[in-house]
Design a protein around this ligand. Structure first.
Ligand code: NAD
Length: 252
């Protein structure tokens, strides 16, 4: 069994996930970066290795049940355990109003944000049981509460599911001392917002005016909290959701 802590971070080839991988890598974990952009994945993983981290790339689609199971079992068997699973992969998957929403769109958004958490968590449980103060960290959103912006209703619906599955997993896994928590990022400046950033950059920048702390979030703001939740310092925290939004949820 590996004597280092082992963390899998899904969707880690960019945005918040990459920053989480860097942070956990600096914390001394063996980090497994997952993604679907394989060239980018190999490149960023090599950069982490060059910076002295124990980093590895595992390319698979988090919505593909068989691929998720196969890869997570392979990682678990290689290291003899998993200490931290960060279910970071997620996204809007586009925007659609309900009247014209296809069933395919609905299923894709639910699969990316919610099925992925189920598939990865289920596969990781046997290996988390062998981990050291093990935990799962999920990602919900303000959209889970306010039902999402224009055309993002299913994104909000899927994130509300993530909120509930976080609590349900926490209850189910408490027996094994596996903690399950979520972060709820506010507006974090990542490729998640690439469409509005490229079409209406002034609108994107103006969102900072509605945030108590007067700025948009950066991936580092989330990575520090994920690092804390995975650490022994958070050993008595489970079924919790931490908002990382500079007070955004309350407005100004
Ligand atoms: P991002 O779009 O920058 O990054 C998402 C990553 O997931 C990308 O690297 C992408 O390649 C990967 N990915 C997409 N589909 C995948 C799949 N099927 N399998 C594996 N990987 C896949 O987004 P982000 O801002 O870094 O978001 C990370 C998480 O935070 C998401 O769950 C998102 O819903 C949540 N979130 C983000 C914000 C924000 O403002 N950025 C706000 C609230 C919640």
């Amino acid at each position: 069994m590996s004597d280092k802590r082992v963390a899998i971070i899904t969707g880690a080839t960019g945005g918040i996930g990459l920053e989480v991988a860097k942070r956990l890598g600096k914390d001394g974990y063996t980090v497994i970066l997952n993604g679907i952009s394989h060239d980018t994945g190999e490149k960023v993983t090599a950069e982490l290795v060059a910076a002295g981290m124990d980093a590895h790339y595992a390319g698979f689609d988090v919505t593909d049940e068989a691929a998720v199971t196969e890869n997570i079992v392979k990682i678990g068997e290689k290291y003899g355990k998993i200490d931290t699973l960060v279910n970071n992969a997620g996204g809007l998957g586009g925007r659609s109003r309900f009247e014209e929403m296809t069933t395919e769109f609905y299923r894709n958004v639910m699969a990316l944000n919610l099925d992925s958490v189920f598939f990865a968590s289920r596969a990781a449980i046997p290996f988390l049981k062998k981990g050291e103060h093990p935990s799962i960290i999920n990602y919900t959103s303000n959209a889970a509460w306010n039902a999402g912006g224009p055309g993002a209703g299913i994104y909000g619906t899927s994130k509300a599911g993530v909120h509930a599955i976080t609590r349900a997993l926490a209850k189910d896994l408490a027996e094994y001392k596996i903690r399950v928590n979520a972060v709820s990022p506010g507006t974090i400046d990542t490729p998640f917002h690439k469409q509005i950033k490229s079409t209406k950059p002034e609108v994107f920048a103006s969102w900072a005016n509605n945030i108590m702390l007067g700025r948009l979030g950066q991936p580092e703001d989330v990575a520090g909290v994920v690092s804390f939740l995975a650490s022994k310092d958070a050993a008595f925290i489970t079924a919790e959701t931490i908002q990382i939004g500079g007070g955004q949820a309350l407005g100004i």
